[in-house]
Design a binder for this molecule. Structure first.
Ligand code: G3H
Length: 248
């Protein structure tokens, strides 16, 4: 079964009100016919993006807490994301793992809770440079997927493989490196459930841009992108076009 490509724009902690409004206007002019598109604004702008972005583009949170509403200062709950009209949440991004010390146990709780509230999830995994250099890429990816393997359903979870060394650095994984790791991840998932592995979408993230998207899109196990920096620029539309064309 063909997997429909999916591109996420992770705006991270960027943009003011005027910048959000300009970006939404340009998104509304994009052709999203053959590619699912999800954008993730910072939480304070999420409501205005939901109100102004046009279908079929969907909106994602960049994070949610592990337990719902309550005494969790500074957090956003899955319940609140749903209430605001978000359909997705990004979990396990390396910036959350690194700066906010989110570990596999916490991420399992977040994933389970977000799914229980009806959110779809982009679940991020990926190795650091020293881990790649020590030939530990697959071990790291497996260690991040193993605790959540029973929650991975193609209808509700997209995996984003994001080598940490490629994020925001301008150093992109080569198509060979990315395909090799995506294939290894899919092979590992097949040991959990072959049907799930064949259907679940795996995005690539890490300095994806208009120039490298066509060659990365040609890789059979790359089903889309999770885009940071380039999702704030007009080239985001070209990334979407590239993957849509490659998977037609
Ligand atoms: O979530 C997106 C990734 O962290 C990639 O960011 P980047 O495209 O700026 O490297």
């Amino acid at each position: 079964m063909a997997r429909k490509p999916i591109v996420g724009g992770n705006w991270k902690c960027n943009l003011d009100k005027a910048g959000v409004s300009a970006l939404v206007t340009s998104l509304n002019g994009m052709d999203c016919t053959d590619c699912e598109v999800v954008v993730a604004p910072v939480a304070v702008h999420l409501g205005s993006v939901v109100d102004n972005v046009k279908a079929p583009i969907e909106v994602s949170g960049q994070n949610c807490n592990f337990k719902g509403n309550g005494a969790y200062t500074g957090e956003v709950s899955a319940d609140q994301l749903v209430d605001m009209g978000a359909k997705w949440v990004i979990l396990g991004h390396s910036e959350r793992r690194e700066y906010f010390k989110e570990d596999n146990e916490m991420l399992r709780q977040k994933l389970e809770y977000a799914l229980s509230k009806g959110l779809k999830v982009i679940f991020c995994i990926g190795e650091k440079l020293e881990e790649r250099n020590a030939n530990k890429t697959l071990d790291v990816c497996k260690s991040q997927l193993e605790p959540v393997k029973d929650l991975l359903k193609p209808e509700t979870v997209v995996i984003a493989y994001e080598p940490v060394w490629a994020i925001g650095t301008g150093v992109t994984a080569t198509p060979e490196q990315a395909q090799e790791t995506h294939k290894q991840i899919r092979d590992y998932l097949a040991t959990v459930n072959a049907d799930m592995a064949s259907k679940i979408r795996i995005q690539y993230g890490g300095s994806a841009n208009a120039a490298n998207a066509p060659t990365l899109s040609a890789c059979p196990d790359i089903d889309g992108f999770l885009v940071g920096g380039a999702s704030l620029k007009p080239e985001f539309a070209d990334i979407i076009k590239a993957i849509a064309a490659a998977k037609k």
